[in-house]
Design a protein around this ligand. Structure first.
Ligand SMILES: NC(=O)c1ccc[n+]([C@@H]2O[C@H](COP(=O)([O-])OP(=O)(O)OC[C@H]3O[C@@H](n4cnc5c(N)ncnc54)[C@H](OP(=O)(O)O)[C@@H]3O)[C@@H](O)[C@H]2O)c1
Length: 271
């Protein structure tokens, strides 16, 4: 049974592997046996994540690239292929909200700046589609691979303030189902595409929104906890089980789904 979850001999690319959630997922995939490419724009941070993986006996290389630049993604893919020969898993964890696209405080929907909307949609949606094209192409050639996109609770339920981010994540849910169908029908049943929808985790981008300087909850943080039956934020390594499952042969009949890891947030009606 355990061996079905093993990623030994497989190669994974984690975009946003330099971030809070992406680095935890990358470390989890490495612990399950995968060699991992840590992809992000911050070279020093990518190196640190690789060192953390090596320190516990794993194998990882930094891949410095911008997910919005297909030429840089192709260069990263060639670097990974030169090192390891194949790419079996892609986790699209690069993304996040953009402050200028947030409708907060005194601002209203009618103030939303088109450029900010473009930026947040491009980062989250195009920044998932482009890596799926570049790394998915090599999986399609071999007729095997697993792509895992990172969605959000914002895709399923309206959350105040984050219009563009939510719309882009909703597009990721739709894209996940679309690409799952497209790749399986055209390239065979060993190519799968799924998504994980994290609930609320303390990250670099949302820390100030959820926690005050003294560690107490902001009003928004409290509202989230009030709507989370498990009554806490998630820990990044709580995404690992689902990521390993979706990447492994244990999920070989699973494609086109979005798995919520949210402490019950999506199940709760608030009453
Ligand atoms: N934290 C949460 O509660 C939560 C909840 C639901 C969904 N999510 C999603 O989970 C993912 C990771 O979030 P996080 O909380 O871990 O945030 P984070 O720590 O800020 O990580 C974001 C990552 O995206 C990368 N990135 C941003 N722009 C990029 C670009 N143009 N090219 C390449 N990489 C880029 C960053 O790497 P570089 O700066 O090195 O480029 C960083 O590794 C995001 O998609 C986010 O929307 C987070």
């Amino acid at each position: 049974m355990t061996s079905r979850f093993s990623l030994a001999g497989k190669t994974a690319i984690v975009t946003g592997g330099t971030g809070v959630l992406g680095s935890a997922i990358a470390q989890g995939l490495a612990a399950a046996g995968a060699r991992v490419g840590i992809l992000g724009r911050r070279a020093a941070r990518a190196k640190l994540v690789c060192e953390a993986i090596s320190a516990v006996g794993g194998e990882a290389v930094p891949l410095v690239a911008d997910v919005l630049d297909p030429a840089q993604l192709v260069a990263a893919r060639e670097q990974a292929l030169a090192a390891w020969g194949s790419i079996d898993i892609l986790v699209n964890a690069a993304g996040g909200n953009i402050p200028a696209a947030t409708i907060a405080g005194q601002h209203s929907f009618f103030d939303l700046v088109p450029n900010a909307l473009d930026q947040v949609v491009r980062l989250n949606f195009h920044g998932t589609v482009f890596p799926a094209q570049v790394f998915g192409a090599t999986m399609a050639e071999r007729g095997a691979g697993a792509i895992i996109n990172i969605s959000s609770m914002a895709a399923q339920k309206p959350l105040t303030r984050v219009l563009g981010y939510a719309a882009a994540k909703a597009a990721i849910d739709n894209f996940t189902r679309w690409l799952a169908t497209e790749l399986a029908l055209k390239y065979g049943p060993r190519l799968r595409v799924n998504a994980i929808a994290p609930g609320f985790f303390i990250g670099e981008q949302n820390r100030a929104l959820l926690l005050n300087d003294d560690g107490s909850l902001t009003q928004r943080g409290q509202q989230i906890i009030d709507h989370t039956p498990l009554r806490r934020f998630g820990e990044p390594d709580e995404l690992v089980g689902a990521a390993v499952w979706l990447a492994s042969d244990a999920a070989r009949f699973v494609t086109g789904i979005v798995v919520p890891i949210d402490g019950g947030f999506s199940a709760f009606g608030g009453i």
